[in-house]
Design a protein around this ligand. Structure first.
Ligand code: ATP
Length: 589
């Protein structure tokens, strides 16, 4: 991924996207900006008119009535400015409310079509976090940029014409004053973009320690194991580092900015002196002097506003916005649509897979066929590669080498949604959705809406638990919580609810007692009769229910056979594992 963030590139992407996200609102906002800006210039002109009238009145050349009209004009313009200011601020939130959902939808859709394997890459996860933050900055980013032209630009050009008409050099000095401030912001932007890139992993670490200190799922461990102090120290250390980095960046830019601001101020002062001399020599009227003084003051505060606040914010958040587009530009996992014919089974030919950032493959040179209607168990020690192999067989991951076919379709060449259409699975990291029991199950097939099937799968997974299906499963939402084993049963019910010809259970029963586990696996074998089914388990007592057992070690398949065949090879890995477990579960042999 290209990691350089360009301000111009980001602006060129955000502005057209803003018009797509909220076309009418964005156009209306800009129109409002133009009118608003013109009222500011009118204010300058109205000031000149009033002061000129007062000067004439003071010299006895005009009466009170001659001053009244310019006074009312100035009052009306000032009033109009205030009204437009309010409308403009209010309208901004309308633009934001319309555009934000569009930006978020684009990001979520993109994440849903990326290759699941990229989620194993921590650098990508940093990018996603920043892209999510970036969503908040897209509207300010594009609208500020547009505002610079439609509000500040219109004001500068119109007031510039006015200054030029009075004395051309006034305009030139003003522009010269503007340049140092822009240079300051450019440097600031670069420093903060670099800071953003460097701080992301540290911020992620800090967020994790904060979760360990505050979140419910960490609470018991941090209390019982006395982890509070440990995490608090890590949290404080990382926070200190983050603050140091930010402070360093602030210090680096603040001094430079102070010097450049002084230069800008000097430019404005030179303009003021020139104006004073021009007034003394009678080149410009006293009214024009007052009006230009007002204009200089407004121009200086506007410059401060654009450069320090708007351009500053834009530069500071450039990294986040650029990350949003970086994620949107990531290649999607695409392929030919197709309908897997599961009678052809699932095959792996010399398949290897290496996780992003790892050198050693997690699965090495695996060749395997799962026939239709076959239930297969995969066993092996921790880290043997079982879960990775299962993810390859479902098509969730594409092999780094070799080829996997699901129902005759090459998983590397097929559209993923085609591959998953007849597949279901229950994985180790199953989710505990903060929803009702029924919703927790229905997620796997939201179109089904089949109450009878729901009842059946809850019973099959032993997840009916005498609580009504509309029970909320989350104390945070005034519901109840369940035990680990009960949650696992719900995850199994969810996997069963989805209609499937190929189903995977990746060790979803670790929190269920062994007797109940055996019952669930027997039930599963009955339910998956005629289907392709894969069970990953550490408990060999459950694995022996499968007709074919695959033994993995160090990413490779080291043995395949029935329970009896594998045991008969007394030197094999399976026999060793069986002997070790038999000591604990003597009666299950
Ligand atoms: P277990 O029985 O503990 O669940 P397993 O046999 O299912 O283990 P895998 O989870 O497939 O093993 O892991 C195989 C190897 O791949 C291990 O060495 C592991 O460290 C590595 N691995 C797993 N997930 C990742 C990941 N997201 N990023 C990098 N390496 C990973």
């Amino acid at each position: 991924m290209e990691r350089r963030n360009s301000f111009i590139k980001s602006v060129l992407r955000t502005v057209p996207m803003q018009f797509r996200a909220a076309p009418r609102q964005t156009a209306a906002n800009n129109l409002l900006s133009i009118v608003h800006a013109l009222t500011w210039t009118l204010g300058v002109v109205a000031t000149q008119r009033l002061f000129d009238a007062i000067t004439r009145a003071a010299a006895g050349d005009a009466g009170f009535a001659d001053c009244l009209i310019p006074l009312l004009f100035l009052a009306a313009v000032t009033f109009g400015q205030q009204i437009l200011n309010g409308i403009h601020n209010f309208y901004w939130s309308i633009v934001e409310g319309k555009a934000q959902p569009y930006y978020r939808k684009r990001l979520f859709r993109k994440l849903s079509v990326l290759d699941p394997a990229v989620f194993e890459n921590t650098e990508f996860l940093d990018d996603v976090n920043k892209a999510r933050d970036g969503v908040w900055w897209l509207v300010p980013y594009s609208m500020t940029f547009l505002n610079i032209f439609t509000f500040y630009g219109v004001f500068f050009v119109s007031v510039g014409f006015y200054l030029w008409s009075l004395k051309p050099v006034l305009l030139v000095t003003l522009l010269a004053a503007f340049i140092p401030a822009v240079i300051g912001q450019t440097v600031r932007g670069k420093v903060f973009t670099k800071l953003e890139e460097e701080s992301a992993p540290l911020r992620r670490e800090n967020g994790h320690y904060q979760s360990a200190l505050c979140d419910r799922e960490f609470f018991k461990e941090t209390r019982i194991l006395g982890g509070y102090r440990f995490f608090h120290r890590l949290f404080t250390d990382t926070l200190k580092l983050l603050t140091q980095k930010t402070w360093k960046a602030e210090r680096k830019t603040a001094l430079l900015q102070l010097a450049l601001n002084l230069l800008s101020f000097a430019g404005i002062a030179v303009s003021a002196i020139l104006l004073f001399n021009a007034t003394m020599s009678g080149e410009v009227s006293i009214g024009a002097f007052a009006a230009v003084f007002r204009a200089l003051d407004t121009v200086f505060s506007i410059m401060q506003e654009i450069v320090n606040s708007h351009l500053g914010d834009m530069n500071q958040n450039l990294g986040k916005v650029a990350n949003y587009f970086r994620v949107l530009d990531m290649p999607e996992r695409v392929g030919e649509p197709g309908a897997p014919d599961l009678t052809l089974g699932i095959t792996a030919e010399n398949v290897s897979f290496t996780y992003p950032g790892r050198e050693e493959p997690a699965v090495k040179g695996v060749t395997l066929t799962l026939n239709d209607g076959e239930t297969v168990a995969i066993v092996g020690e921790n880290g043997a590669g079982k879960s990775t192999l299962v993810r390859l067989l479902t098509g969730l991951y594409r092999p780094s080498e070799g080829k996997v076919t699901v129902g005759g379709l090459d998983t590397s060449l097929t559209d993923p949604s085609s591959l998953y259409q007849n597949t279901s699975g229950v994985f180790q990291g199953y989710q505990r959705y903060k929803m009702t029991l029924a919703e927790n199950v229905e997620i796997s097939d939201t179109a089904a809406g089949d109450a009878n099937r729901m009842e059946t799968v809850l019973r099959d997974a032993d997840a009916d638990m005498t609580i009504p299906p509309d029970t909320m499963l989350s104390p945070e939402f005034d519901g109840i919580d369940l035990s680990g084993g009960q949650w696992q049963r719900i995850a199994i019910a969810r996997g069963l609810y989805r209609s499937n010809g190929f189903i995977v259970l990746d060790e979803p029963t670790s929190a269920i007692d062994p007797i109940e586990e055996t019952r669930i696996y027997e039930q599963f074998r009955r339910l998956s009769e005629g289907k392709c089914a894969v069970v990953v388990t550490h408990r060999l007592g459950s694995a022996k229910l499968a007709k074919k057992i695959i033994v993995m070690d160090g990413g490779r398949i080291v043995d395949i056979g029935t329970h009896e065949e594998l045991l008969a090879r007394s030197e094999g890995k399976y026999a060793d594992m069986w002997a070790a477990q038999a000591r604990w579960y003597a009666r299950s042999s």
